[in-house]
Design a protein around this ligand. Structure first.
Ligand SMILES: NC(=O)c1ccc[n+]([C@@H]2O[C@H](COP(=O)([O-])OP(=O)(O)OC[C@H]3O[C@@H](n4cnc5c(N)ncnc54)[C@H](OP(=O)(O)O)[C@@H]3O)[C@@H](O)[C@H]2O)c1
Length: 226
């Protein structure tokens, strides 16, 4: 049985945990305040969910989701993530994260910054462009005509394959958006960020098909400064 480790169990991390549980995975959640603060979430998610420290969640996961504010990247544990597929959902926002010069100047993508802290992990950028409520409501089984697509970016083909298998199993297909260096195409404020799945005011969202996601990625322009 595959175990999913979750580092950062807020709005998005908990939504991914919920879909993973529904798909039959074991899920180990973690946050900054400690496992006891996740007791209600774990109780709600049921017997396949448990809570641990972020180091323990990283060690337990066959695949690990990092879903924290970018300013928390220095706390993501490197050693237990070595050699693992790590799905990075994170978006940079200086109003929350403080100014990070390499991200302000667009000389690095936020996933490349995360890689500096967990250099032996196999990072795949995914889920960062979809509102957590839309993620929950737009999940569909494989083959459904109204299935939505998510862009993914990464440098490791095996990690991408593992991420695609996971994402497919929880209700989404993917569009390959290239290596991590190109993951700015799905970053905050780009055409593929949020818009294809409808306005936040409609919590049900609207399906984002493959063509819409490809077109949005193709029309992205790099934001030079924040
Ligand atoms: N919300 C969305 O719809 C959405 C969509 C796409 C992408 N994202 C991105 O995904 C990331 C998470 O977003 P969110 O909205 O889920 O945030 P959130 O609700 O504020 O949750 C953040 C989570 O990260 C944990 N955390 C913070 N610092 C940590 C640390 N040093 N070590 C371990 N865990 C830590 C928090 O734990 P504590 O509560 O214990 O501090 C919390 O569980 C962000 O980068 C965001 O930009 C969010």
């Amino acid at each position: 049985m595959t175990t999913v480790g979750i580092i950062g169990s807020g709005q998005l991390g908990s939504a991914i945990a919920r879909l993973a549980i529904e798909a039959g995975y074991q899920v180990v959640l973690s946050n900054s305040r400690g496992p006891e603060t996740l007791a209600d979430t774990v109780a709600e998610l049921g017997p396949r969910a448990s809570a641990a420290t972020s180091r323990e969640a990283a060690a337990a996961g066959d695949i690990v989701v990092v879903s924290v504010p970018v300013k928390a990247f220095p706390d993501v544990p490197a050693a237990p993530l070595a050699g693992k597929t790590v799905i990075d959902t994170c978006n940079y926002g200086p109003e929350r994260d403080g100014h990070i010069p390499e991200l302000d100047s667009s000389s690095l993508t936020s996933s490349e910054l995360l890689l500096r802290y967990i250099p032996d992990a196999l990072i795949v950028k995914a889920f960062n462009n979809i509102f957590f409520k839309h993620l929950l409501s737009l999940a569909r089984p494989a083959g459904a005509p109204d299935r939505s697509y998510l862009p993914i970016a990464g440098d490791s083909a095996p990690a991408k394959a593992a991420a695609i298998e996971f994402i497919d199993s929880i209700g989404y297909s993917v569009v390959d958006a290239g290596p991590l260096v190109d993951s700015w195409r799905q970053a905050t404020g780009t055409p593929v960020w949020g818009t294809p799945y409808g306005p936040y005011s409609n919590e049900k969202g609207q399906p984002g098909g493959a063509d819409a996601i490809r077109a949005a990625l193709a029309t992205a322009t790099r934001r030079p400064t924040y």
